[in-house]
Design a binder for this molecule. Structure first.
Ligand SMILES: [Zn+2]
Length: 438
């Protein structure tokens, strides 16, 4: 049925053109310009709403008609649904599975889950990159304070889908039964185990990860508008300062962080004075699209400058008093990045392997680090169960069959990894792509 609706989508051009020609022939177009466009608009909308209702409404993610179709079909798919699917608002409003278990003891550690933005795993000197981009982390590593799984794989190549998967631990994709709206969030587990919860978002001031009903579980929810730094590139260090205050003064905290990170255009992530590698790109475009004429070397220089400044300023501030006791810092990025090195036209949300290439490591005091096996080929999917283990949530009370915890996984348990691209619910050309070449 997907193929049918894709073709129906393209057919939209037929009634539009026919109707346009009829109007042009019958009336002098200049005199009745507004009538022409109004009529055309009505025909266009009616066509999309009708076909949206009677087909599964699939389309090429980046096609021209998809834009109009999504725009016009939003009220229809949200409120009315189609012959294929209940109205989206009903699916979205499903009540999440509750966590009935309650811990009888007070949590004795801090768990800090740091999700960076657009940081590609193989551009960290910590992971052997040719340039020294992560000097501070390299020093921590030499002291044995990092357990590093190296290059890991993100759930998807786009921020929102990737974060929603980490929030719920969902592993079955495509999510045809809308489980992402029903599974308990990691915050529900944190509360069940007695943690005080925090959600620090450096990027956005509105809710974009989870549902409205989840906000009460986020505890102290600090968003983009609440940070004081006048420069965007200083917000992550301000967040680090806040985490530093909390984790050095108390235990029993669960903190989720969405960093500002190094989203395109990369030069927004560092001050001019911190330009180490030159020349840099002149790209000012905040979307995922690269200028076709931009030199790859400039993109790479700009990107590496951004990582170097952002990583060092964040982690230096976070650990200026050393690693707090009984605290675990889990770090990854929402997705990787294509730097157009193979002629790609977009930076992320597409289907190249570099967009799913993410760092993944844990920082803690040596005595607190478990005898984990970092030879295991890790993915984002492993993080949910890892956090549950750090919280000491009982195995038999889990609400879902989550992927293996990194505290338990051995190198020999590794399986071929994949990343998912497109609509989580399986619309259009969404698909799993292999990451490892066995
Ligand atoms: Zn992102």
């Amino acid at each position: 049925m997907d193929a049918v609706s894709i073709y129906v989508n393209y057919l939209a051009i037929v009634p539009t053109v026919v109707f346009g020609i009829l109007l042009i022939i019958s009336k002098p177009i200049l005199k009745n310009c507004w009538k022409y466009f109004l009529s055309l608009f009505i025909v266009f909308c009616s066509f999309f709403i009708l076909t949206g209702y009677f087909t599964s409404n699939s389309f090429h993610t980046l096609s021209f008609t998809a834009f109009y179709r999504t725009l016009i079909n939003f009220p229809q798919s949200w409120y009315l649904g189609s012959t294929f699917q209940a109205p989206r608002y009903k699916l979205y409003n499903a009540v999440r599975q509750p966590i009935s278990y309650r811990s009888g003891s007070i949590p004795s550690n801090n768990i800090v889950f740091i999700i960076d933005e657009s940081v590609r795993g193989d551009h960290l000197s910590l992971n052997g990159y040719k340039r020294e981009t992560t000097q501070f982390l390299d020093e921590l590593n030499k002291k044995g304070l990092i357990k590093n799984w190296g290059i890991a794989v993100s759930g998807t190549t786009c921020s929102m889908t990737s974060n929603n998967l980490m929030l719920t631990g969902l592993t079955e994709l495509p999510d045809v039964t809308y489980k992402v709206y029903q599974l308990p969030t990691i915050f529900q587990y944190a509360k069940a185990m007695g943690y005080k919860t925090y959600y620090f978002d450096g990027q956005v001031s509105q809710l974009w990860n989870g549902k409205n009903s989840d906000i009460s579980d986020y505890g102290e929810w600090i968003t983009s508008k609440d940070w004081k730094s006048p420069n965007k590139f200083d917000i992550d260090a301000e967040i680090a300062e806040k985490i530093n205050e909390i984790t050095t003064a108390s235990t029993g905290n669960f903190i989720w962080i969405n960093k500002v990170g190094v989203h395109k255009p990369y030069k927004n992530s560092y001050p001019n004075t911190e330009t180490i590698w030159q020349p840099v790109s002149s790209d000012e475009d905040f979307t995922v699209i690269y200028d076709k004429n931009e030199a790859k070397e400039k993109i790479e220089n700009e990107y590496d400058n951004a990582i170097k400044y952002n990583s060092n300023s964040f982690f230096r501030t976070l650990f200026d008093k050393g690693i707090p006791s009984a605290s675990f810092f889990i770090y990854t990025s929402d997705h990787g990045q294509s730097l157009s090195e193979n002629g790609e036209t977009v930076s992320h949300c597409s289907n190249t392997k570099n967009e799913a290439n993410v760092p993944l490591f844990m920082i803690a005091n040596i005595k607190d680090l478990n005898q984990v096996d970092t030879g295991y080929k890790a993915t984002h999917a492993n993080l949910f169960a890892t956090i549950l283990d750090l919280m000491k949530f009982p195995e038999d009370k889990k609400a879902y069959n989550y992927a293996t915890s990194l505290l338990k996984a051995k190198a020999s348990d590794s399986q071929a990894r994949y990343y998912f691209v497109g609509d989580l619910f399986g619309k259009g050309r969404s698909k799993k792509y292999p990451f490892d070449q066995y």
